[in-house]
Design a protein around this ligand. Structure first.
Ligand SMILES: [Zn+2]
Length: 109
């Protein structure tokens, strides 16, 4: 139990006093480094990298107060539907990563 507390304090201290290495320098990656723990940021950073290399918008529709974009994920060979509400700045994706892991997916990014 003491060892577990010690490890947890070490992780919290590292998160508080160090900044992860930014690879793309996109504003969204920098923001992720500021709001996520290092462990979660590593997963988010992978999503940022994949968003650049493998995802492309395939269509966009606007309806009432929301925008729907079809995103082609070449890595997974599938299309995903991203819904965005400009009024609240909220977005969801049909892959449901945000709901499952609390991280924005490559399709929304
Ligand atoms: Zn997604």
């Amino acid at each position: 139990m003491d060892q577990q507390r010690h490890t947890q304090k070490k992780i919290e201290n590292c998160n508080r006093h160090t900044f992860p290495i930014i690879s793309t320098h996109l504003a969204i990656e920098v923001h992720g480094a500021q709001v996520y723990s290092h462990r979660v940021f590593e997963e988010f950073q992978e999503e940022v990298k994949y968003s650049i290399g493998t995802c492309k918008s395939r269509g966009f529709t606007e309806c009432d107060s929301l925008e729907v974009t079809t995103v082609r994920d070449a890595n997974r060979d599938r299309n995903y539907e991203v819904t965005y509400w400009p009024d609240t700045l909220k977005a969801t994706c049909s892959c449901r990563m945000l709901e499952r892991k609390g991280i924005l997916c490559r399709h929304v990014i």
